[in-house]
Design a protein around this ligand. Structure first.
Ligand code: DSN
Length: 422
């Protein structure tokens, strides 16, 4: 049983670290991975990540670097940029941000100054820390105002977005988040941004792969700046990109370097380019639609078992479940599910009366299980395991959790992951 690509040299040189890598590979293979922000990258992406490109410093941009020896890095980064532009149909792409939070900070830096007003989705409603949460630099350095969702529908309250925009006149509005199970209406955000003269930034970290595969409407033509991580539904390495119209290209590049970062991580750039190559293939469209089909099937199966879905269902890869009616908190449920071989995260639900570290809900996503080949037919079984796990957690029945974990492992042996060979 080994990690793929195999790691014999690491095993000989540092068995302690190699052992941890092997354990993690097996753990990833044996769990039903429902963490909405995670996936399994292809072996080609893994190989690109582990190359000598990690040795090179390349501050600057192609043709304008601060270090010599960029004969191969320049064409690499240009290729990644061209692929990003083609996959998303944008004027400009910057593939250097280290991850989603730095990408979002760069988007701010491109268009606003400290103290300016920004309008983003509140963290408790499904936004991200970097959308102006009070504990984040974006909440401390900018005057952040937040919109949320309607209590009755769990969907974005566009009347509130418009009212807040008119009242506070933000210079920047952010659409997107980390726990939004429904289609994001980018034209509606763009209309409000136009009305108040704000720049619209779309954070598509969660749905980038769905957009690339035509399974979610694109913000291109509505948002002037688009930020995304590359490792969620897009199925690339840990990293990020900023896409923009021609008007904001220079400001975006200057914000990333020298504004916020030093040298790009060239091994990540290579792996992003590989993932974008995969995302441009017709099979990726099938993959993106299969993610949504799995999420809808899982939502239906959970609803049939009495689970309470925020907004009543999903349009994308993500489900947010309020466990209040199951009389268990999100955290103990997530911990029991992990023991039972089902990996997800506890999550606040909109208007959650509980604290963020002990919230009422769990968040699920189907990008990773779709990569390993699970289909809508498997979703009733997953819902049944979840239901049994919640019951077992209530009665502290560890043996029942172990039994479910065994059943999960049995199913998953037929669905290998890239990165591990049993
Ligand atoms: N951690 C990511 C997520 O899980 O959605 C966002 O930063």
């Amino acid at each position: 049983m080994t990690h793929q690509p195999a790691i014999p040299t690491l095993t000989a040189a540092d068995p302690q670290i190699a052992g941890i890598v092997e354990d993690e590979a097996r753990r990833q293979a044996e769990k039903i991975r429902l963490i909405a922000s995670e996936n399994y990258v292809s072996q080609a992406v893994l190989e690109a990540t582990g190359t000598v490109l990690t040795n090179k410093y390349s501050e600057g941009y192609a043709g304008k670097r601060y270090y010599e020896g960029q004969q191969f890095i320049d064409p690499l980064e240009e290729l990644a940029i061209e692929r990003a532009k083609a996959v998303f149909g944008v004027d400009h792409a910057n593939v250097q941000p280290y991850s989603g939070s730095p990408a979002n900070l760069a988007a701010y830096m491109a268009v606003v100054k400290p103290g300016d007003t920004v309008l983003g989705m509140g963290l408790p409603a499904g936004g991200h820390l970097t959308h102006g949460a009070s504990v984040s630099a974006t909440g401390k350095w900018f005057n952040a105002v937040h919109y949320g969702v309607r209590k009755e529908t769990g969907r974005i309250d566009f009347d509130q977005v418009r009212d807040l925009a008119k009242e506070h006149r933000p210079k920047l509005i952010i659409a997107g988040g980390t726990a939004i199970p429904r289609t994001i209406d980018f034209p509606a955000f763009a209309e409000i941004a136009r009305e108040v003269g704000a720049v619209l930034v779309a954070d598509i970290a969660h749905i980038a792969g769905l957009i690339a595969g035509g399974a979610h409407p694109s913000p291109v033509g509505h948002a002037q700046i688009i930020t995304t991580t590359t490792h969620k539904t897009l199925r690339g390495p840990r990293g990020a990109m900023i896409l923009s119209d021609a008007e904001h290209a220079k400001a975006v590049d200057k914000a990333v370097f020298p504004g916020l970062q030093g040298g790009p991580h060239n091994h990540t750039t290579a792996a992003i380019a590989v993932a974008l190559g995969e995302a441009s293939k017709p099979e990726f469209r099938d993959y993106a639609h299969a993610i949504v089909a799995n999420a809808k099937a899982l939502g239906d199966a959970l609803t049939a078992r009495g689970f309470d879905l925020v907004s009543g269902g999903t349009d994308n890869h993500l489900l947010l479940v309020d466990l209040t009616s199951k009389q268990i908190g999100g955290k103990p449920a997530a911990k029991a599910l992990d023991k039972a071989g089902i990996e997800l995260n506890f999550n606040a639900v909109p208007f959650d009366p509980r604290k963020p570290f002990d919230p009422s809900g769990i968040r699920l996503g189907t990008a990773a299980i779709t990569t390993r080949g699970l289909t809508p037919e498997h979703q009733p079984q997953i819902a049944e395991w979840m239901d049994r796990t919640i019951a077992a957690a209530a009665s502290e029945d560890e043996a029942a959790l172990d039994k479910i974990a065994g059943e999960v492992r049995d199913l998953l042996t037929a669905y290998p992951i890239p990165g591990y060979r049993a």
